[in-house]
Write a protein that binds this ligand. Structure first.
Ligand code: ZN
Length: 194
């Protein structure tokens, strides 16, 4: 028996890709987006009353963060999911969703040489916030007592144990660059600088 000659396939005409005129889709916040936002922050007391603003970003550069990498407090990151540029949020977060409960007995004695002092900062006073190099990175802490070589600091976050209220305005959402995903933070104005 002779092998039947395989019929030559006819070259198919290339499918024409119809270029559709599409409006750019609104980027929705999800993993590996870089989000730019403005915020105002105040505290909610036990009676549910709001304090004056503790922080406001209006008039400054908006904050940038890489979504999905725990770069902002958990309650804020959850509230951002599915939102997009132009959206405004008003959220109240219990300490567990924000900076955690206040840990008692968290006063530690730290050598001054382990502090990251601001340029020109020489004397450290009780009541100041200082940056300390720890095994978990740099942390801010409140000085409760200052000595010549050591300071006693409360390592609780200043907002630990507080219920916080945020007014947020999302001013930009874009996909992260490969560098940003690798570094696990946003780059650029309002984000991380190297
Ligand atoms: Zn980086």
């Amino acid at each position: 028996m002779t092998e039947a000659a395989t019929p030559k396939k006819r070259a198919k005409p290339k499918a024409k890709v119809e270029a559709e005129a599409q409006a750019p889709a609104r980027q929705v916040i999800g993993k590996d987006c870089v989000v730019a936002f403005h915020y105002s922050l105040c505290e909610v007391n036990a009676a549910g009353e709001l304090s004056g603003w503790l922080e406001q970003s209006a008039g400054k550069e908006p904050l940038l963060y890489l979504h999905g990498h725990a770069n902002v407090i958990s309650g804020l990151e959850e509230a951002m999911v599915g939102k997009s540029e132009g959206d405004k949020l008003s959220i109240t977060l219990e300490p567990e969703q924000a900076y955690g409960p206040r840990r008692p007995n968290s006063v530690q004695r730290v050598p001054i040489k382990h502090l990251h002092l601001r340029q020109g900062q020489k004397q450290i006073m009780a009541g100041e916030i200082v940056a300390i190099q720890t095994h978990h990175g740099i942390r801010n802490a409140l000085v409760v007592k200052a000595g010549r070589f050591n300071v006693d600091v409360d390592t609780n976050h200043p907002y630990a144990g507080r219920t916080l209220h945020y007014e947020i305005e999302i001013v930009g959402v874009r996909p992260a660059t490969p560098d940003e995903i690798e570094h696990r933070h946003a780059h650029g104005q309002g984000g991380h600088h190297h």
